[in-house]
Design a binder for this molecule. Structure first.
Ligand SMILES: CC(C)(COP(=O)(O)OP(=O)(O)OC[C@H]1O[C@@H](n2cnc3c(N)ncnc32)[C@H](O)[C@@H]1OP(=O)(O)O)[C@@H](O)C(=O)NCCC(=O)NCCS
Length: 195
């Protein structure tokens, strides 16, 4: 696993294949924590087609190899939204989950959504910790937990802050993409012994 910035970028329809690769990289336990069931590879491969980019929003963080290491799916319901987060095992405990959470909250606040929730298993220590750390109201019902956060109304400042954030994140991502392409091109023309 190589380096990454903590600036989530907005994912697009063209990122479906990268999303599938990300979800396939989760092991059986992580799939259960993320989706509520240890989905098979076949089931995971069908997931990306069901994502509605017109209705929902997804943000991701890529590493230097342009691999998606962290993803949040923001699913919209009337008057509220649900977050589904996943960070690859080798990239955890470095603040990426928190960065995704903050990015999703910024997005939802500026769209006038008043409440966000996360559904997780009560045994999910990392997610429960993230929820409490972000001031969510945690409602535990046996093995399952819902965590809720009331969101403020948008302001001109919050809208501008999101715009500026997106510019920075996209710039940082494109810079990395350019660097990656340049490195790959150099490797292609450099004899193996000289690398
Ligand atoms: C939950 C998840 C997204 C967190 O991602 P992450 O990038 O590791 O999150 P962060 O690094 O921002 O924060 C993790 C925090 O949890 C803490 N933590 C990690 N494991 C923990 C555990 N078992 N119990 C309590 N706290 C734990 C870390 O110390 C860190 O705390 P800190 O930032 O206050 O030091 C990641 O573990 C994951 O993808 N899990 C599998 C899928 C999943 O559970 N999704 C959530 C359900 S939607």
């Amino acid at each position: 696993m190589t380096g990454f910035t903590e600036l989530p970028i907005r994912l697009r329809d063209s990122d479906r294949a990268a999303l599938t690769t990300h979800f396939l990289s989760l092991d059986a336990d992580d799939r259960r924590l993320r989706f509520g069931a240890s989905l098979s590879d076949l089931a995971i491969r069908g997931l990306d087609e069901r994502i509605d980019f017109d209705r929902d929003e997804l943000f991701g963080i890529a590493d230097d190899e342009l691999r998606l290491v962290a993803v949040v799916h923001v699913a919209f319901y009337p008057a509220k939204a649900e977050l589904g987060l996943s960070v690859l095992a080798g990239a955890r405990d470095r603040g990426l989950g928190n960065a995704l959470f903050s990015r999703a909250v910024m997005h939802l606040t500026n769209r006038g959504v008043r409440e966000v929730f996360v559904h997780c298993l009560s045994q999910n220590g990392a997610m429960m910790h993230l929820a409490r750390k972000n001031g969510m109201r945690v409602v535990q019902e046996g093995p399952e937990t819902d965590a809720y956060l009331a969101l403020p109304r948008p302001t001109q400042g919050s809208i501008f802050a999101e715009w500026a954030f997106d510019q920075n994140a996209r710039f940082a991502h494109e810079f990395r993409r350019g660097a990656r392409l340049a490195i790959d091109a150099m490797r292609a023309v450099t004899p193996v012994a000289a690398r």
